[in-house]
Design a protein. Sequence first.
Length: 79
Amino acid sequence: YGPDRAKCLGPYSDNAVPSYLNGEFPGDYGWDSAGLSADPETFASYREAELIHARWGMLGALGCVGPELTGDSSLAPNP
């Protein structure tokens, strides 16, 4: 985090980072070519949606691995 974080272009990204990307959030490497995080309210809603989709993805992965771990093929029968 912070101004000394790793950036998308490494040492060549000194003046290429937008001012609103200041290293406050995880995963901020100073790259936002579409300007998706320029508005703070929109950025907050995108972060919330990303968390929700990640949780559904983890639940889906558990649903794929669960029958394999338990050996119960009746939960997900093969066609």
